[in-house]
Each structure stands twice: as structure tokens, then as C-alpha cells.
Design a protein around this ligand. Structure first.
Ligand code: 5GP
Ligand code: MN
Length: 342
């Protein structure tokens, strides 16, 4: 998979799509299903930037139920959002954010054909290069890094609204600057975002450190049933747990609260690989995987129909939880990363 970023020709083509948009052109922004901080943040921040450029007819959307997870309900630019069912059927320009493959666009995938042009902003190495013009940079810590670069090239200055969106995106995908993706460039971008006056403490508390009491108790239950398999992944270890729709219902919680669960599971010292199965329908699971560095979990995810990054990936699992984990276990050995020598 290519590890290089967009070429000068890619940047020029993307900039031309934005600059040559007719004054009454309709722009549809789409981010991936079950949007996270980078999906929503990069999309809404870019949308606010386009607004500053004078784009008036613009919608932002994502596939599935039009529900924004509580942690992101304070994001600037939410007024751009429309339900997928109301999205322009044939926009002049469609721009996709943080989606590694067409399948992540759900029922909105047809816009790639009906739109006048399609631009893809992403940072997944596993990006399938769907759509027309690609700005895919696997070295970028977040899609928002690519989005900010394109806005800068189009001459849009950062303001506090754009900055808050991009800050949420950047902190989400770098684990609040804890992951190796946290390069000097990431901190330089963070500095430019903070210089607009946004409040990092308040934003982080809202996005990462606030959850309903029912979710706290639900986490206790789900963490209490976690399984540790020290022999898995050639002795590197696997830790996993699962949460059912019934668990959510008993604690009166929405599915998005489970997104933070993997961060508690992956703390396990005795396991390189961690995994959380989140039931989405009977016999269907949204699977999250993380690795501390010994296993390329995106290989596991791609082999099982999903995608993601080397150390954070996911897929849709089918069958009983035990069967899904058996499928993962079966892929771990081939996904071991050869240890560097010397
Ligand atoms: P998370 O576990 O936080 O949902 O996702 C981790 C990474 O894996 C993200 O980069 C996300 O895009 C990717 N990912 C998660 N689920 C899927 C999936 O079902 N299909 C694909 N292609 N990627 C996924
Ligand atoms: Mn991302």
C-alpha cells in the first residue's frame, strides 16, 4: 500500500475543483458511517472554510441515522448537516472525508456517479482510491490535516470555528497527541489552531471526558467480562470483550458511548492486540481492533472485509461473538510485523 502523499498534480486538481466551482454550485460533503471526531471535524471544518470562500449552496451529511453522537453536538458548523435522505441527489461537487472505501459511504455511494465531480480527502493507507480526485495522505495523522492544507492552498484563513472542528479531529485521531502519528507537524498545526483562541480544556472535556452515569456502569459490566488470551498472536497476547444491544438497552445507552470502550481495553499490559465487538444487529458486530506495535491490525481487518490503519482498524463481523474472535485469531499470526534488526 502506498505510503506517499498526494502529488503536486493531485493538489492542483483538488484546488481547481474548489476554485472553479460556479457561484451557485451545489456542494455535498460526506463523511463515513458512524462518524467519529475526525470524520465530522474534518468535514464541518472544511465546510466552514468553503463558506468563507463564498460557497452558499452546501450540505454536509453521513450515511445511516442522522444522529450526531453527544460528544460532537457542540461542534461549529452543525447547521450544515442534513439527513442522508435529504442530501442533494446530483450535486455539482461531492467531497468525501475520512472514508477509506466506498462501502463507508453507505447509501450515499451513488453520489460518486451522480455528482459533477468527486474529491476524496483521507489518510488511510488502505484507501481504495475511489472517486475522481484523491488527496489521500497515509502519513497525515488525521483527515483534518489534509483538509487544513487544502483550505490554506485555497487562501482560507483559520478562524475559531474551523479551528475547533479541526482540533477535535486532530485530538481524536492522535489519541490526544499520544500516538506515534503525533509528529512535529501535528503540534505545529495544533499551535495554529489554538492561536485562534479555542479552549482545549473545555473541548477535550466535552469530547473525551463526559459520559452518562449509565455508560459508566455499562463500561464496568463490559470490562468485567473481558477475556485475556496470552498465547494469541504468537504469544503477544489478545484481550477482547463484547457489548450487545441488550447491554445498551439495559443501561439505557446509545451505541456511540461504546466508541470509547476500546481505550479502556487496550490498556491491558499482557496483550498487544485488543478488540471490542459492538453488536449492531442480531449476529452482526462493529469490530474495533488496536495493536501496540507487534501486529498490523489493518491486515486483519482487510482480510475480514474492513480496513483502517496499522495499529487501529475495524470491520463488520458476522455470527456469534466467539466465531468473530476465532476469525480474528486466525489472522493474527500472518499479520505479525517482522521485528526490525540492528
Ligand atoms: P474504530 O475502531 O475507532 O471504529 O476504527 C478504527 C479505524 O478502523 C478507523 O480508521 C476506521 O476508519 C477503521 N474502520 C473501523 N471499522 C471499519 C469498517 O467496518 N470498515 C473499514 N473499511 N474500516 C473500518
Ligand atoms: Mn481519521
Amino acid at each position: 500500500m502506498p505510503e506517499t502523499g498526494p502529488t503536486p498534480a493531485d493538489w492542483a486538481a483538488a484546488e481547481a475543483l474548489i476554485r472553479e466551482l460556479p457561484p451557485d454550485g451545489r456542494v455535498l460533503l460526506i463523511c463515513h458511517v458512524n462518524p467519529d471526531g475526525d470524520a465530522l471535524g474534518s468535514m464541518l471544518g472544511f465546510g466552514l472554510g468553503l463558506r468563507r470562500l463564498g460557497v452558499r449552496r452546501m450540505q454536509a451529511t453521513f450515511p445511516g441515522p442522522p444522529e450526531v453522537p453527544e460528544p460532537f453536538r457542540g461542534l461549529p458548523g452543525l447547521d450544515l448537516l442534513v439527513p442522508a435522505t435529504e442530501a442533494y441527489p446530483d450535486p455539482d461537487l461531492v467531497i468525501c472525508f475520512d472514508a477509506a472505501s466506498e462501502s463507508r459511504l453507505g447509501e450515499l455511494v451513488d453520489r460518486l456517479d451522480t455528482a459533477g465531480a468527486a474529491l476524496v480527502l483521507d489518510h488511510h493507507a488502505s484507501n481504495t482510491r475511489f472517486g475522481g480526485v484523491h488527496l489521500v495522505d497515509p502519513r497525515a495523522a488525521a483527515t483534518s490535516v489534509v483538509a487544513e492544507q487544502l483550505l490554506a492552498r485555497c487562501g482560507v484563513p483559520l478562524d475559531a470555528g474551523i479551528a475547533e472542528c479541526f482540533y477535535v479531529a486532530l485530538t481524536t485521531d492522535t489519541g490526544s497527541f499520544r500516538f506515534d502519528a503525533t509528529t512535529p507537524e501535528v503540534h505545529q498545526l495544533a499551535a495554529r489552531l489554538l492561536a485562534t483562541g479555542i479552549r482545549p480544556g473545555e473541548i477535550s472535556r466535552r469530547v473525551f471526558d463526559t459520559r452518562p452515569f449509565g455508560a459508566v456502569r455499562l463500561f464496568g459490566e463490559v470490562l468485567g467480562r473481558a477475556r485475556l488470551e496470552p498465547a494469541a498472536a504468537a504469544g503477544r497476547g489478545l484481550v477482547w470483550t463484547w457489548a450487545t444491544l441488550d447491554d445498551l438497552a439495559r443501561h439505557d445507552q446509545r451505541a456511540y458511548v461504546l466508541e470509547a470502550l476500546i481505550d479502556s481495553v487496550r490498556c491491558t499490559a499482557e496483550a498487544d492486540v485488543s478488540c471490542v465487538l459492538k453488536q449492531t444487529a442480531p449476529g452482526e458486530w462493529a469490530v474495533s481492533m488496536r495493536s501496540k506495535g507487534a501486529v498490523d491490525v489493518s491486515r486483519v481487518a482487510v482480510a475480514l472485509g474492513g480496513g483502517g490503519h496499522r495499529f487501529a482498524a475495524g470491520f463488520t463481523g458476522r455470527g456469534a461473538a466467539e466465531e468473530v474472535v476465532a476469525a480474528i485469531r486466525g489472522q493474527l499470526d500472518t499479520a505479525l510485523i517482522p521485528t526490525a534488526v540492528g
